[in-house]
Design a protein around this ligand. Sequence first.
Ligand SMILES: [Zn+2]
Length: 335
Amino acid sequence: MESMAISPEEYTEHDQRIWDEELEEFVPSRIFDAHIHLFDRSHVGPEHPCGWLNSDLATIRAWAERLYPGREVHFLVLGTPVYGIDVQQHAQWQIEQVRQDPLSRVNRLVTPACTCEEILCDVQQAGVIGLKPYRIFSQTGDIAECRIQEFFTDAQLSLADEHGLWVTMHLSRFNGAADEENLRDLEEYTLRRYPGIKWILAHCARSFTYWPIRQAIERLRELPNIWYDVSAVTDVRPLITLFSQEDTRRILFGSDGVDATYFHGQYAALGRAWQALDVSQHRLSFPHCDGRPILAIYEQLLSMKHAAEIVGLSKEAISEIFWGNAVKALEIEIA
Ligand SMILES: [Zn+2]
């Protein structure tokens, strides 16, 4: 996979215009980005080709300054799920990076191969608050249709439960949040088996189109210990559903930078299907307009703004989505 991301120098006048005219007044003065990745290629063996760009804390800070000028920004950094990565080395490096910022935190990458001793050793370190499992590590080999416990084992779930850990969960299976097995698993885990785990369902519970979250919201909103991040959702419709039908205190801003949203394009919803559209990869022409495609993270922010307007969210609720909800939930001490 080739990385889609660009560098902050490739920010264009069209991006700038959207910031100046649309987003400057919408985005609050403090941002907690609860879904972002740090990555260093040296932690992956040379036999594993991978397209992720190197990004350390300095890189994401430079990006934040470019994207949201003048804002105070802190992060929940997630382990980067790449085949062949040395999980312990990657985790240790992320922890050291994030320690440079007392208000940022880490959810450590976890694969079925990680032992409970290794995980425990890392989650007891300062700054580490949870885990980041991912479907590509499924023990069944089916990375598209796997269930949670196939890439996040019972022993690891028990450990997370016992220690009250956060888990950022990108749901697998074609129907994401609308999948009956996923919903039943989340009900079983939150209500009965692992009540100590605090879940962040990434990408509006993996709802890049209107459909999954509309199917799932009535059941999800009844479950305890569920939060959502809105990262990479560029379609306005799932955001409208989430903002209008969930408790907005359970919604967190996230960007999924660098690789997944700092490119020119968006996650295009096509019926109930969706696909990343990176315009640099296609010969698209725009004969009828002056404007040019903008960064996917700006598409996301524009959709958040429109959804907030449609639902009638207060300025206070918007500021909580960007900052207060995460700071309260993750118990981040502000000096
Ligand atoms: Zn991500």
